[in-house]
Design a protein around this ligand. Structure first.
Ligand code: FAD
Length: 505
């Protein structure tokens, strides 16, 4: 028997490590029983990980775990759920199950790597085998390097290699025979729960019973976090690949349109495998080529594949540069002297800056634990280059409120906007929040969805909000604030701030 330890791969399908541990795909064609399996799936609530969690993400995690548990129950198995430091909990679970090997998929962030090193040592100390697989990305962070052997720091070059490389097919899904039965798991959970056992196991009398957010020290979030689990992820991807993907490049920047896949939280929690998602895009591309779709349909699908590659690009940036979580990737000679005005930062967080597209984005974040990509870029530019606030304030706020928060992507996005990242926006490229709103939300449909104070106004007036007089503003929308800063002035200050940092003044 083997123990499979789920972390950020909350799915049974297209799961490389799970497929190996359960002997999935080994159909006994050679007349022998599969070499591997059965495996017992487990999840451990790690206090160190919970220290970095948020209400939104705990809710999302619990929903993902509930869906995973269901998937196992449908196969006569279950999900063993424990709580504690994995360095003790994992060997104890393995021992209670009499497992000869523990299997997991690699997590590339710095903290996870430290944790895994600790678990490896703990298992070695008690002579239990362990095995780690590449699963979270199509090409692991070491696989794609420059011709000189260095990790890539420029996306366009990375993409060229990424897209040319052969990709693995989805991993086979385990059958009931490959999984340890629910009864056997319940016996193991009872043993762990027995009086005197020093490891706390969350069972609530049942092997798959999950804690509530309150049990873990969190509250129910105010935001609606959206559906979780493999079935919901597949439904979303299928819907997207049915139609929207063929207009992806043209439409993806318009936040009022449903033009993107909204797959990010599913990918973050690993509720859909990236090989499966990629294979589905290939099928859509083949359909685009054979159908009566417009000539550019395949390129539209390729543009979507490019986003999957951005995810892998940032994963390898974080893997090779774990310090970027707190430090600028690109250092400026003199360091950047951020202004960091607490009141301005607080107004940004509340969505009360008086710049409608910025406020709509910040309110979407609070309501839906999500924000459209174009708007993420706009609000991030506004925080760093209009409020001259350190990107880390923004990163921390996103980390708390995004359901799809992913250290690599979030950090990559923030450092891009702040012109401190690998393949960042040049420092002199400063978004004008009014023109961005006008261009990407011309009817103000997105803005008025999240900023009710502006609902009775014509789009033109909304896009001219910064130019109106105080009387005009008071008449038009008395409850909506005037712009808290003057964009043109702040633009000049930002340029001066970066030039000083570059030692150019
Ligand atoms: P789609 O357009 O449908 O893209 C498909 C998938 O590709 C996404 O689900 C995501 O996994 C990946 N992807 C798309 N764009 C990017 C990108 N620029 N970088 C990396 N991966 C990408 N994405 C996160 O997943 N988690 C984050 O915490 C996160 N924080 C961000 C912070 C800032 C400041 C910025 C500018 C971007 C951030 N992004 C983050 C990237 C992007 O905004 C989201 O992935 C995207 O909006 C999710 O919506 P979607 O699934 O509909 O995307």
């Amino acid at each position: 028997m083997e123990l499979f330890w789920h972390r950020r791969d909350l799915r049974a399908a297209d799961n490389v490590g799970l497929a190996a541990a359960t002997g999935a795909g080994d159909d006994g064609a050679d007349g022998d029983a599969p070499d591997r399996g059965p495996a017992a799936p487990a999840f451990v609530f790690d206090p160190n990980v919970l220290d970095h969690a948020s209400d939104v993400r705990v809710r999302r995690l619990l929903d993902g775990l509930a869906a995973l548990r269901e998937a196992y129950r449908e196969r006569g198995s279950d999900l063993l759920v424990a709580r504690g430091d994995p360095r003790t909990a994992i060997p104890r679970l393995a021992d209670a199950l009499d497992a000869e090997r523990v299997v997991w998929n690699r997590d590339y962030s710095g903290l996870a790597r430290e944790r895994d090193a600790g678990v490896r040592r703990a298992l070695d100390a008690v002579d239990i085998e362990r095995e780690a697989h590449h699963d979270a990305v199509l090409h692991d962070p070491d696989a794609i390097r420059t011709n000189a052997g260095d990790p890539y720091s420029v996306y366009s070059y990375y993409w060229k290699k990424w897209t040319d490389r052969a990709k693995d097919d989805p991993a086979p899904t385990p059958t009931a025979e490959g999984l340890v039965s629910a009864d056997r798991l319940a016996t193991a959970a009872d043993a762990l729960d027995a009086p005197g056992a020093d490891d706390e196991t969350v069972t609530d009398g049942g092997v798959g019973a999950l804690p509530t957010p309150g049990d873990l020290g969190f509250a129910e979030p105010d935001a609606e976090v959206g559906p979780a689990g493999t079935a919901a992820a597949r439904e979303r991807l299928d819907d997207f690949l049915d139609e929207a993907v063929f207009g992806y490049e043209a439409e993806r920047d318009y936040p009022a349109k449903e033009a993107t896949s909204r797959l990010s939280a599913f990918l973050k929690y690993g509720e859909i495998g990236v090989r499966e998602a990629y294979a589905a895009t290939k099928a859509a591309m083949a359909e685009a080529e054979s159908d009566d779709r417009p000539d550019d349909a395949p390129e539209q699908v390729e543009e979507y594949q490019q986003q999957l590659a951005w995810r892998e690009f940032y994963a390898q940036v974080l893997f090779h540069n774990p310090e970027v979580v707190t430090e600028n990737y690109k250092t400026y000679e003199e360091g950047i002297e951020w202004r960091d005005d607490p009141e301005e930062i607080a107004a940004w967080k509340r969505g009360e800056t008086g710049y409608p597209i910025v406020d709509a984005g910040m309110r979407q974040l609070r309501e839906e634990a999500f924000m459209h990509n174009r708007v993420r870029m706009i609000v991030a530019s506004f925080l760093t280059k209009d409020l001259l606030a350190d990107w880390r304030h923004g990163y921390d706020h996103f980390r708390e409120h995004l359901a799809d928060h992913d250290t690599a992507n979030d950090n990559g996005g923030w450092q891009w906007a702040a012109s401190t990242g690998t393949d960042a926006q040049p420092y002199f490229r400063i978004f004008n929040p009014m023109t961005q709103g006008e261009r990407y939300d011309p009817d103000a449909a997105y803005i008025t969805q999240y900023v009710p104070e502006l609902r009775s106004l014509d789009a033109d007036l909304i896009h001219e909000w910064h130019e109106l007089s105080p009387t005009q503003r008071a008449n038009a929308a008395p409850d909506y604030p005037a712009p808290i800063v003057d964009h043109s002035e702040r633009r000049e200050e930002a340029l001066a701030m970066y030039k000083r940092a570059r030692g150019e003044d």
